[in-house]
Ligand binder design. Structure first.
Ligand SMILES: [Zn+2]
Length: 384
């Protein structure tokens, strides 16, 4: 059996400094409409139109207690004015390993976190999409930017598996957005087992996406992993079938010499659940135990783009101003911007260009934000 090809090696994302090119005075924010998040992830994302653009320190909610496995690193500030080359990892830091948070909240990044002024992390949810994600990658590549893509397991198929390979090759971070994208998964019976299986199965799908060298081979690996007649959605039986799927997953990896693949270290729950007000602490405890067991760092967000609000006109969804405003707003509240792979690439490109041209924001990586917050190295060692 053939060994996986070189693109399987992760190329960790790192900081990229957006060059400051002031050409026309201060960046003027047009406070029109709203900035918020997705339909697919529909929930209670605060609306930018309802929030102050500048959040005074006294108004900010207290950041969660950081779990520090090692000493805090010197702050790795991006160098303004010239791009920073991707950095694989910081050997001076201890590996993050399994961070633990509280019983109802895994270690990670949350809505009310404090931010470092002028820095923002770009995150894209709900892919991979065969055509749309590729176009976004071209936009980011042309501007030397790197982002984190929270992928959904069931979206990885014979067409989109190559997008996973390109994401890794381009140095972006892959995050885990569960297999079924079920907004209510923390409410079901055996929620902890279900959530754990959702994350692990998505990791397995990423593994076979990186192993496959053709659509036919991907189909064969998927059949072997999930069974010959596995539907795309089988969430109601996942807890029962997971042990067998896991055995087949391990067997596949063993057949490929336990190939060193990409281990995802970041998790994002669909819709931000169970951290919304409609969920109980029981649901949060189940989610937290599952995330801890899977060894993941939880990543929520504070600001999203309105790109996929159905009620917006195409013109509004393509508005560079709206997208640029979302990016600037995210830098002020939490520092993590949620976008979706469905965003029109042209709109994203124009919005990014506005930010690059008229602001001094720095696009940093989630790895960099993790190093600063937790004082550890999130880039995992390759799987032995
Ligand atoms: Zn989502």
């Amino acid at each position: 059996m053939r060994r996986p090809s070189p693109p399987c090696r992760p190329l960790p994302a790192s900081a990229v400094s957006v060059e400051r090119r002031r050409r026309g005075g201060p960046f003027v924010l047009m406070l029109l409409g709203t900035t918020s998040a997705c339909v697919a992830c529909a929930m209670w994302i605060p609306d930018a139109g309802d929030l102050p653009l500048a959040v005074a320190p006294a108004q900010r909610a207290k950041a969660p207690p950081a779990v520090r496995p090692g000493t805090a690193p010197p702050t790795a500030e991006p160098v303004r004015g010239r791009p920073v080359r991707p950095r694989a990892s910081d050997p001076a830091l201890p590996p993050c390993g399994r961070l633990t948070g509280t019983p109802t909240r895994p270690a990670g990044f949350y809505f009310a976190d404090r931010t470092v002024p002028g820095q923002v992390v770009l995150t894209f949810d709900d892919g991979p999409l065969h055509g749309k994600t590729r176009r976004l990658l071209a936009v980011l590549r042309a501007r030397g930017l790197r982002a984190t893509f929270f992928v959904v397991g069931q979206m990885i198929n014979r067409r989109s598996y190559r997008v996973i390979q390109t994401l890794v090759r381009d140095g972006h971070i892959l995050g885990n957005h569960t297999y079924h994208h079920d907004l209510g998964m923390a409410r079901v019976d055996q929620a902890e087992a279900r959530i754990y299986a959702e994350f692990q199965l998505t990791q397995a799908m990423v593994d076979i996406a990186l192993l496959a060298e053709s659509p036919r081979q991907f189909d064969g690996l998927r059949r072997r992993l999930l069974g010959p007649r596995a539907p795309v959605r089988f969430r109601d039986t996942l807890v029962r079938t997971w042990p067998a799927i896991e055995r087949r997953w391990r067997a596949i990896l063993a057949d490929y010499g336990n190939a060193s693949l990409y281990r995802m270290v970041y998790a994002r729950p669909p819709g931000g659940n169970p951290f919304g007000p409609a969920f109980s602490n029981t649901a949060r405890r189940a989610y937290t135990r599952a995330v801890h067991r899977a060894g993941l760092i939880n990543v929520l967000w504070r600001s999203g783009t309105a790109n996929d609000f159905r009620y917006l006109s195409r013109e509004e969804r393509l508005s560079p101003n709206r997208i640029a405003r979302s990016i600037v707003f995210a830098a002020r509240v939490g520092g993590i911007l949620l976008i979706h792979d469905q965003i029109p690439a042209a709109g994203l490109a124009a919005g990014l260009d506005d930010v690059i041209r008229f602001s001094n924001l720095h696009v940093i990586s989630l790895s960099q934000m993790t190093r600063r917050r937790y004082g550890c190295e999130p880039i995992p060692p390759l799987r032995p």
